[in-house]
Design a protein around this ligand. Structure first.
Ligand code: IPM
Ligand code: MG
Length: 362
């Protein structure tokens, strides 16, 4: 089949990891008889440099006319203080909002072969760790009313951002989480701050209503501070975590770190229907850009998520995941997860070697 994919390489290591990902996708196309037609477009710092705007209209138009979007990473210190306040990160928020991508799936799993990399004690992650954070992505404090104004002379300047959720927004993200749980361990943990916030009380009540349609799924409610603690104390108690935009931002960084290999973690941002945007959990890592030492696997696994969730190509997605697992089984290690012993044993693989090897294993 023929598929249209909008490709946003972005900034920092984005272009390098995207090159390797397209290499792997092309191999999948060749082997399974699909045509992936890429249109490369600009967003983030690269777009600011070329057009002055972080998210040109053309980029949105191409994304909307595509089946899916693959994104590398955006941002970097170069664009931190742009005149007019243009920031690469705004491109991400704009893409999410304009494309209606309200559901962000962020898996945090420990690869058996990399269990040593986790900073947690072996007994805490023994038997594997496999969590999916379902983060609401187009609502809450990220998109609420905000402002900055002069306060009283004693106060100086005052600024505020409003956390606001509707039942509609909570219901649709809760459904994504329960549907996901049905395909996994049948357990949902909803995370909020209902002991303090009205928006969280509505969140908790609405999630409980959705849960009635899923009698087989166990629902727990955690306050966010406790959830942050439990993620370190006993992460295996979690299967699917569903939470708001801001709590999901924070908890997904924490969850990725306990796996010890953030360079391996993919993510999907989905709307109604099948459309989605796929990107690694990690950022643009400008400090290591252009050195052929970035780990492309998170982006390669994001492409697998795209095949599975948007393009309906489950078998092909499995093939990518299997190739990554075979790469690790063969002892190969990307620079971020390659200790001195593995280095001495010749297991070290650069960005481009990693792409070649994984493509070859498809
Ligand atoms: C993320 C990032 C973004 C977010 C930033 C770059 C705007 O941290 O995708 O988690 O806060 O959502
Ligand atoms: Mg974040």
């Amino acid at each position: 089949m023929d598929f249209k994919i909008a490709v946003i390489p972005g900034d920092g290591i984005g272009p390098e990891i995207m090159t390797e990902t397209l290499k792997v996708l092309d191999k999948v196309g060749e082997k399974y008889g699909h045509n992936f037609n890429y249109t490369t477009v600009l967003a983030g710092g690269a777009a600011i440099d070329a057009t002055g705007a972080c998210l040109p209209q053309e980029t949105l138009d191409v994304c909307k006319a595509s089946d899916a979007v693959m994104l590398g990473a955006v941002g970097g210190p170069k664009w931190d203080n742009m005149p007019g306040g243009e920031r690469p990160e705004r491109a991400l928020l704009g893409l999410r909002k304009e494309l209606g991508l309200f559901a962000n799936l962020r898996p945090a799993m420990v690869f058996d072969q990399l269990a040593d990399a986790s900073p947690l004690k072996p007994e805490i992650i023994d038997g594997g760790l496999d969590i999916v954070i379902v983060r609401e992505l187009t609502g809450g404090i990220y998109f609420g009313e905000r402002g900055t104004e002069a306060g009283t002379p004693e106060e100086g300047t005052v600024a505020w951002d409003i956390e606001k959720y509707s039942e509609m927004e909570i219901k649709r993200i809760a459904k994504v989480a329960f549907d996901m749980a049905m395909k996994r361990g049948k357990k949902v943990t909803s995370v909020d701050k209902a002991n303090v916030l009205d928006s969280s009380r509505l969140w908790r009540k609405t999630v409980a209503e959705v849960a009635k349609d899923y009698p087989e799924v166990e629902l727990d409610n955690f306050y966010v501070d406790n959830a942050a603690m439990q993620l370190v104390r006993g992460p295996k108690q979690f299967d699917v975590i569903v939470t708001s935009n801001i709590f999901g931002d924070i908890l997904s960084d924490e969850a990725s770190q306990i796996t010890g290999s953030i360079g391996m973690l993919p993510s999907a941002s989905l709307g109604e229907g099948n459309f989605g945007m796929y990107e690694p959990v990690h950022g643009s890592a400008p400090d290591i850009a252009g050195q052929n030492i970035a780990n492309p696997i998170a982006t390669i696994l994001s492409a697998a998520m795209m095949l599975r969730y948007t393009l309906g190509l489950g078998k092909e997605a499995d093939a990518i995941e299997k190739a990554v697992s075979d790469f690790l089984d063969a002892g190969y290690r990307t620079p971020d997860i390659c200790g001195p012993a593995a280095r001495a044993a010749g297991q070290y693989k650069t960005t481009s070697e990693t792409g070649d090897l994984i493509a070859g294993l498809i």
